[in-house]
Ligand binder design. Structure first.
Ligand code: ADP
Length: 545
């Protein structure tokens, strides 16, 4: 589902103004995107996925008409639309400028709807379409490149949890192979005017593969959505040199916060002695090419969360409370996380146990609802975490629960956006206790949905979001269980005036630094690299953060 505001961007295509410096100004209610004229987005996940209606592929037509159909001939196809985060945020911009998006085609009907160049126009049936070019990956490639090297090596490495790194040489081979596939697809599409914007750690080698053969005027940018480790952790990278050289193919390399960028510069200095690292200018010169390191914390589509929070009726909260057996009048704490070892869920449960031990006044008057989404379960460390979390919840509930009250309600149920927003709106407090987290969008979504203005955010100082949001959140170190428990008690017991003052400051920040702001900053950084003499205003903004 898209927000009405974002659809308005796409619908305002006719008002877009192509400027003589090669940029296109996309205007949306006062926000001007410095969107490049020719944008090529490259990501692992695709914005639209085509699926056979019946989930099979036997070619039979079941006779149903489907509004979202992208008629491939005989059969009905549904199309999943972007539901949140970057894909939903970028989609209207792509529609407005008619760019090209290159991503892995993982839908059952994806091949059936693409042309001989692996391309399909999206969204189906719209007047404002852009090109989605799909890259095809075998099951073996996905296992090696995605589950393997990306999630068993780069994910733990970049979160500084090197003890969980599982390296298999064949995974690296697949990572190289798939990065080459993406790079080849980009090179077939790129022109002299192209801005090629790669997303995230799945594509760490592609920038230099692209840079080596791209048309002279093309610009290569990458955004790394997870942290960058310090040199002592990075030393565990099985192909440290190759990865850095791959990334230094970018003209602009973006992180959420300056600290990750500094760690990257330190790793380059240690690993590539022939590189020239300039900490003041935040540049690396290697093999005759310069890369600018920039930092822009990613925001959320705050307006759409707020709008949704205002639209939802109270009955939705009543039915959720009934479903999860939360007594009327009980204060409610909330956690919303993928079941990932970076999210600090065991540390959170330890603090909650300490809370019920040391602050008995919160027994039977406070319930913590933990929504967990199983993730990457084929990796043993994730499977172990799930079992540990479920058994700790049982232990706490057995220890403190009564006939009428359960201290922790744990659910892996699917929650749609409306349910999630209702929980954000109604929770008295949200806990984010990541042991390491590139940014954390859940914290910002909670703030944007807190329309009553008196929710409390308990936020780990190890999440990138803490850098941006700072003091008005109740900050914790997840490893310090006593202080964590005390902070939850403080947040629950804080006077309404303190809660509203803190939340007002958080909301100002989240609305002023939303997803649109982030994209605009990224485009401005890219533009500054493309036209160095034209526009340096982005430096001032990023350095003030
Ligand atoms: P990560 O990307 O590491 O999982 P983030 O907090 O940065 O962590 O982002 C998680 C995203 O997943 C948020 O945008 C959140 O709204 C979304 N999400 C989590 N659970 C659900 C759910 N049940 N339904 C829809 N979206 C969800």
């Amino acid at each position: 589902m898209r927000s009405t505001e974002r659809v308005a961007v796409a619908e305002s295509n006719h008002a877009n103004d192509l400027r003589d410096d090669g940029r296109r100004l996309v205007t949306d209610g006062g926000v001007d995107f410095n969107a490049p004229e020719s944008l090529l987005v490259v990501s692992n996940r695709q914005p639209y996925r085509h699926e056979w209606v019946n989930g099979d592929d036997n070619g039979e037509d079941d006779g149903d008409d489907n509004e979202n159909s992208n008629d491939p001939g005989e059969r009905d196809v549904t199309v999943d639309e972007p539901t949140g985060g970057l894909t939903a945020g970028l989609d209207p911009i792509m529609r407005a400028i008619g760019g090209t998006w290159i991503a892995w085609g993982d839908g059952s009907a994806d091949r059936a709807v693409t042309d001989e160049n692996d391309c399909v126009d999206v969204p189906p049936g719209s007047d404002d379409q852009y090109t989605l070019r799909r890259v095809w990956l075998s099951d073996e490639a996905v296992d090696g490149y995605y589950t393997g090297y990306s999630n068993r090596v780069l994910w733990p490495l970049c979160h500084g949890m090197t003890e969980l790194l599982e390296y298999r040489p064949t995974d690296l081979e697949w990572y190289r192979h798939v990065n080459r596939q993406f790079a080849d697809a980009v090179l077939e599409e790129a022109t002299d005017e192209s801005v090629i914007w790669l997303q995230d750690y799945h594509l760490g080698l592609a920038p230099s593969m692209i840079q080596a053969k791209a048309p002279a005027g093309a610009t290569v940018a990458q955004f790394w959505h997870i942290p960058w480790p310090d040199p002592s952790s990075f030393a565990a990278c099985p192909n440290a040199r190759e990865l850095l050289v791959g990334l230094l193919g970018s003209d602009v390399f973006g992180f959420h916060i300056e600290r990750y960028g500094t760690a990257f510069l330190e790793c380059v200095e240690e690993t590539l002695p022939s590189a020239t690292v300039d900490y003041r200018e935040r540049t690396v010169r290697y093999d005759g090419h310069e890369t600018r390191i920039v930092a822009t914390p990613m925001g959320v589509d705050a307006n759409s969360y707020e709008e949704r929070a205002r639209e939802i009726g109270d009955d939705r909260w009543d039915s959720l409370r009934e479903r999860y057996d939360i007594p009327d009048g009980c204060a409610v704490g909330l956690g919303v996380d993928r079941l990932d070892y970076t999210k600090g869920i065991p540390e959170r449960l330890a603090a909650l146990e300490r809370l019920f031990e040391g602050y008995p006044e919160w027994r039977e008057s406070f319930t913590f609802l933990q929504k967990a989404t199983p993730s990457r379960t084929e990796i043993p460390s994730y499977d172990r975490l799930g079992r540990q979390v479920r058994s700790t919840v049982d232990h706490i509930n057995e220890r403190f629960g009564t006939d009428d009250w359960q201290p922790i309600v744990y659910t892996e149920d699917f929650l749609d956006r409306a349910d999630l927003t209702t929980l954000y709106r109604e929770a008295d407090l949200l806990v984010v206790s990541s042991v390491r987290d590139g940014m954390n969008l859940v914290a910002q979504e909670y703030v944007a949905s807190s329309i009553d203005g008196d929710g409390a955010l308990v936020l780990s100082e190890h999440a990138g979001a803490a850098n941006a949001l700072g003091y008005p959140a109740f900050t914790i170190d997840p490893a310090d269980t006593d202080r964590f428990a005390r902070t939850v008690a403080d947040a629950l017991g804080a006077p309404k005036s303190e809660r509203t003052t803190r939340m007002a400051a958080l909301r100002t920040h989240v609305f002023d630094h939303d997803l649109e702001w982030w994209m605009d900053q990224q485009f401005a950084h890219i533009e500054a690299a493309r036209f160095p003499a034209v526009d340096r205003r982005v430096n001032d903004v990023s350095r003030s953060l």
